[in-house]
Design a protein around this ligand. Sequence first.
Ligand code: S3P
Length: 448
Amino acid sequence: MSRSPKSMRINGPCAVRGAIRVPGDKSISHRVAMLASVAGGDSSITGFASSADCQATLDCVRRLGVEVERADEILVVKGRGLRGYRPAREPVRLDAGNSGSTIRMITGLLAGQRFNSEIDGDESLRRRPMSRIIEPLTLMGATIKARDQNFAPLSIRGAALKPIRFASRIASAQVKTCMLFAGLYADGQTTFSEPAPSRNHTEVMLRQFGARLESTTDEPAVDLSIEGGFELSPVTYLVPGDVSSAAFFIAAATLLPDSRLVISGVNLNPTRTAFIDVLNRLGAKVVADGVRTVNGEPIGDLEVTSCALKAEQPSTVLAGHVIPNIIDEIPILAVAATQVEGRVEVRDARELRIKESDRVSTVADGIRAMGGEIEEFEDGFAIEGPQSLKGGRVDTAGDHRIAMAFTIAGLMARGTTEIIGADCAAVSFPEFYELIAAITQEGTLEHE
Ligand code: S3P
């Protein structure tokens, strides 16, 4: 099968069975490539994500003059220290593609350099807000120009950064990472806090690289302080499987009768597994086994067996502090909610509207295209189930998580579902359709 079919047809319903692995975690891969690029020596990374987004990060660090070699499954990033970037020209021009993580995180490193850079991305990325990083980096002394002071392309004039205390209004791991990365270059202690804890991979990983990081948890907020001016040590790193990629398979195995899947080597960091907790709360059977800690991150194998799901009375409401920890899984959660007996409501999720697509709208359009019903709110949605979905034409709007969520919906629906723009799944999961084909019966997937 071609890895990136433009359009995909799914003939449902169909069970899923087997044992799989998912690609390396996207969030962790971005971070390890960036930190390794400014560490003082060679880092060896196993299991680096195959996603187009993480390739964009690797391309950026290469353009900054850092050598990256791949030997079999191991990626070697030849870090040259905090000030070792040697771009071939100035300003160096970087392309983040579709990746919000690449642009927001690497800008934190670029703000502390002594050369000027420009970073841009595709049409979708150009619509996503950047003032959330421009504001604090400007307070630290960097000069960043952007279209309407908010949108890419960004042009960054690095500076000798000042340490600041910054309280973010939003819980965003990308903003937190940008600030902590810039803090590596500041002359003193930079402190960051956020209103609810977002994924904590940066904090865990900075310690692996030997950074001087302190955290005080004042539940639910977290205060983090980083001491600037200290070089990082290289690492030997194993990237675990991406639980956000596994989520599509967890939902499929739970919702499709007679299914059973084992997904091995998955990252089980508690700031990422709220989706599993929510499914289990609704009655799912997702069991973790063999959990161990590697490079500070928990990894385990998941066993998922199909079972009927039921919401709490009068409804299961997902809102507040849980939202940052399920934010990327909300499209597949919406698809799952159509099969749950009762009402599932998602609130406080305004951030969904400024992801790779407006995910409240694209999810609602997809569910309606398959004959389902959904109530849309400015900050979320509500779904009453169970609903019987039928095959329909779903437009991904170029959003990888919409493509994958509605492929799973197609497995649940009666008839043929067509996913228009299916190839964007490669943004996070190039092997997605091959894996689906491997665990379903022949003839379930057809592609152009
Ligand atoms: C990510 C953080 C989240 C998430 C994104 C990856 C990260 O974004 O949606 O897919 O790796 O830090 P925000 O920081 O915008 O919430």
